[in-house]
Design a protein around this ligand. Structure first.
Ligand code: SF4
Length: 288
């Protein structure tokens, strides 16, 4: 069975805040075996976040044991800038992703949507903010970028057939009830008859807790983004409509410039950033 589109191709997990985490999560399933022989290469989506760091470590450790480290490629999706020049992502996220790849000595690529110069442009074209039922942000600026990168790498390999690619993502069961149900290995809908590729999504750290993710960082000296040291729990877009309000207030304190610009766009569009709260209110809370 083909999967629905993954929430965020390179691991942003802000949308998970919409779901109430299970009070007592069931014991996570054991990690599944990944058949390295079956794939030409494996793309690891790295947002520069903590889950990406643990993800790349886990993938490279398994690849090394299987003699397949040469198959690993790291992809960071660049979400571009606002018209006033503010990065959509956290400044430095790209550098952390690059450092992750350097630590394991695997190829690193940065790619951006071929259609949209930035997520800002995509939002403006849509005329409204992304939402749980309007995930054009991830599908157009992350998943489509991942698909194009798979095609790019496949073409470079001159296989004479559609490439067979693994696509590793940092989703974890602990994050939400919805993610807990997600299969750890499944064919992605960008695959199949009439498509140029066969892509299997793989969630290598699905069973890890947040504490285990940080333990992996400590044990292996994996770099992490400074925003975590400023009490941010996630490293997604600096202003994500699917993030919890408390996290947005925290982000607005650290990133006043981009929040002011987003608030201007909110006023121009006449659409609230979140159903429950406007950016104007978030900024007021951040400044109070
Ligand atoms: S706005 Fe950014 S962080 Fe939020 S769901 Fe979309 S791509 Fe992910």
């Amino acid at each position: 069975m083909k999967t629905p589109l993954p929430p965020c191709g390179t691991g942003c997990g802000a949308q998970l805040e919409l779901f109430t985490p299970p009070a007592a999560p069931a014991a996570p399933a054991a990690a599944v075996e990944f058949d390295w022989e079956a794939y030409d290469f494996v793309v690891v989506g790295d947002s520069g976040g903590k889950d990406s760091g643990a993800l790349l470590h886990t993938v490279c450790e398994q690849a090394d044991k299987a003699g397949a480290l040469h198959k690993v490629r790291v992809l960071h999706c660049d979400l571009g800038r606002t018209p006033k020049g503010h990065l959509i992502e956290w400044p430095g996220a790209l550098d952390v992703a690059r450092a992750h790849a350097a630590q394991y000595d695997v190829p690193f690529a940065v790619r951006r949507s071929k259609r949209w110069a930035s997520l800002w442009d995509r939002i403006q074209a849509h005329g409204n903010w992304p939402g749980h039922f309007a995930r054009f942000c991830t599908s157009d600026t992350k998943t489509a970028v991942g698909r194009d990168y798979v095609d790019e790498v496949g073409a470079e390999m001159l296989l004479g057939r559609p490439p067979r690619a693994g696509y590793a993502m940092g989703m974890r069961a602990e994050e939400s009830a919805a993610r807990a149900k997600q299969p750890m290995i499944e064919q992605h809908r960008m695959s199949g008859k009439g498509t140029l590729r066969v892509v299997t999504t793989w969630l290598p750290i699905h069973q890890l807790t947040t504490a285990q993710v940080w333990q992996i960082h400590r044990d292996h000296g994996i770099p992490h983004h400074w925003a975590y040291d400023r009490n941010m729990r996630r490293l997604s877009c600096r202003a994500c409509p699917l993030a919890k309000t408390a996290d947005l207030v925290q982000s607005a304190q650290i990133n006043p410039g981009i929040f002011d610009e987003y608030a201007e766009a909110e006023a121009d569009m006449g659409k609230p950033f979140k159903k429950s709260v406007t950016l104007k209110e978030i900024i007021e809370r951040a400044r109070s």
